[in-house]
Design a protein around this ligand. Structure first.
Ligand SMILES: [Ca+2]
Length: 384
C-alpha cells in the first residue's frame, strides 16, 4: 500500500447549496430583463441533455467561433472565445449562458483572436463551480453555437478551485453545439493560457491506470485505490488526483496487474463527488462521478454509513468518462461493495447491487484466505 501524498494548496470548505435553493445569477443586465433570462437557458440545457445522442452527428452552425477556456473559481470567473475564421464576427447580442443565467457579450472577435470576457461577480457565480452547462448562444440562430457540460453535470472536468492558475480548457475539436464531446475535448490546464492558444494535452481514456475503488472510512479518511490495467506495472510518480476543489500529487508504483492506495482525504472529496486522474504529462486518463444527480449524495452517504466502498467490478472495468453514478457504470461495472483497499474488488457479476454486510478492515488477502480455506474444507468433505 502506498499512502504517500503531497498537498498542493490549502483546503477550502466544500459547499453544497441547500436543497431547493434557487439558482443565482439573475439580473445580468440583459435588455430582456432579469426573470426573462432565468428559465430559457435551463430549459434549453436540460432538454439538450436528453438530445445529446441525436446532436452528436449534427454539424455546427457557426463553427468559426467557439469557447476555448473557462476560469471557474468563485471570484474572477472568465471565459475565452476563439474565432478560427474566415471573417471577423460581431458578438453583439450573443450571450454566454448557464443553468443560472446569462451574460451579454459585445464587440467584434477577429480572425484567430482569443477574446477573454470577465464575468460579473455575484453572490452566486454565473458558472456553478461544482458543475454546470455553459453555452455560447447567438439569438440570431435557431441553434446554439457551442456547449460544454462539466463537473457533476457532464463529462468535462472541474477547474481546480485551489489552484488559481488552472482552467477548464478545450484540448481538441471544434465548436460542439450538443456538448457531446465535453469529456474528450475538454480538460484541466494546470497553467492557464487566457488570451493565447491552448496547450493542454488532450485526454486519453485508453484504460491503463484506473480509479478502481473509492473508500470512505467512517467519514474520517477517504482512500482512492488505483489499478494497473497494463499488466506490466506503472510508476505513478507525478500523477495527479483532483476533485475540482484541490489536488494531490502521487508518488510510488502500482505492481503489475495490482493495486496502490492513496489517501485523498485532503481533497475535500464531497465538494463535487467527482474524482479525476491525470498522468505525469498532464493527460487526463480516468474519472468517476459518484453523485446520483447534480447535488445529490444519497448513494454516497449510504455507502459511508454502511462502511462500504464504491468500486469497479471486475477490477478496472467500465467507462472512464463518467461524471455521475449512472455514467460511471453504476450499478453494473461500478458497485457498492465491501472495502478492499490494495486488493481485488468483490462485486456481483452483471447484476444490480444487493447491499452486502460490511466487513471489518481486513485486506482482500484475508478474505481470499478465508474463501480458500473454506473451499479446501469443502473438497476434503467431498472426499469422505
Ligand atoms: Ca480493491
Amino acid at each position: 500500500m502506498n499512502y504517500n501524498v503531497s498537498r498542493s494548496h490549502n483546503d477550502k470548505p466544500g459547499e453544497w447549496p441547500a436543497p431547493g435553493a434557487p439558482p443565482g445569477g439573475a439580473g445580468l443586465g440583459t435588455e430582456e430583463g432579469d426573470t426573462a433570462m432565468l428559465n430559457p437557458p435551463r430549459i434549453r440545457c436540460l432538454a439538450s441533455l436528453l438530445m445529446l445522442a441525436l446532436l452528436l452527428g449534427g454539424s455546427p452552425s457557426r463553427a468559426e467561433v467557439r469557447m476555448t477556456e473557462v476560469d471557474i473559481n468563485d471570484a474572477n470567473q472568465r471565459a475565452e472565445l476563439l474565432n478560427t475564421g474566415p471573417a471577423p464576427v460581431d458578438l453583439t447580442s450573443w450571450t454566454l449562458q448557464t443553468l443560472s443565467g446569462s451574460f451579454p457579450l459585445s464587440g467584434v472577435i477577429n480572425v484567430n483572436q482569443h477574446r477573454v470576457f470577465n464575468l460579473p461577480t455575484f453572490a452566486v457565480p454565473l458558472i456553478r463551480n461544482r458543475g454546470d452547462c455553459l453555452e455560447l448562444f447567438d439569438p440570431n440562430l435557431d441553434a446554439l453555437v457551442d456547449r460544454v457540460l462539466f463537473g457533476d453535470t457532464g463529462g468535462a472536468p472541474l477547474d481546480i478551485q485551489a489552484q488559481a492558475a488552472s482552467s477548464l480548457s478545450r484540448a481538441a475539436g471544434g465548436a460542439d453545439p450538443g456538448g457531446g464531446t465535453s469529456a474528450t475535448a475538454w480538460t484541466v490546464d494546470f497553467s492557464s493560457t487566457f488570451g493565447n492558444p491552448n496547450n493542454a494535452p488532450a485526454p486519453n481514456f485508453t484504460p491503463t491506470v484506473r480509479i478502481n475503488e473509492i473508500i470512505p472510512q467512517g467519514g474520517v479518511t477517504i482512500l482512492a485505490e488505483l489499478y494497473d490495467r497494463t499488466g506490466g506495472g506503472v510508476n505513478v510518480t507525478g500523477y495527479t488526483l483532483t476533485t475540482g476543489q484541490d489536488s494531490v500529487a502521487l508518488t510510488g508504483s502500482i505492481p503489475p496487474g495490482g493495486w496502490a492506495v492513496f489517501d485523498i482525504t485532503s481533497l475535500t472529496f464531497e465538494f463535487s463527488l467527482n474524482l479525476y486522474l491525470f498522468n505525469s504529462t498532464g493527460v487526463r486518463i480516468d474519472q468517476q462521478g459518484l453523485s446520483d444527480a447534480p447535488g445529490s449524495q444519497v448513494t454516497w452517504l449510504q455507502v459511508k454509513a454502511q462502511g462500504e466502498s464504491l468500486g469497479r467490478y471486475p477490477d478496472g472495468q467500465g467507462p472512464g468518462t463518467g461524471f455521475d453514478l449512472s455514467s460511471s457504470g453504476y450499478p453494473v461495472t461500478l458497485q457498492r461493495m465491501p472495502r478492499t483497499p490494495g486488493g481485488a474488488n468483490i462485486g456481483q457479476p452483471g447484476s444490480v447491487h444487493v447491499p452486502l454486510s460490511p466487513i471489518p478492515t481486513v485486506g482482500a488477502a484475508f478474505v481470499l484466505m478465508v474463501l480458500a480455506s473454506w473451499k479446501l474444507a469443502g473438497r476434503s468433505r467431498a472426499r469422505r
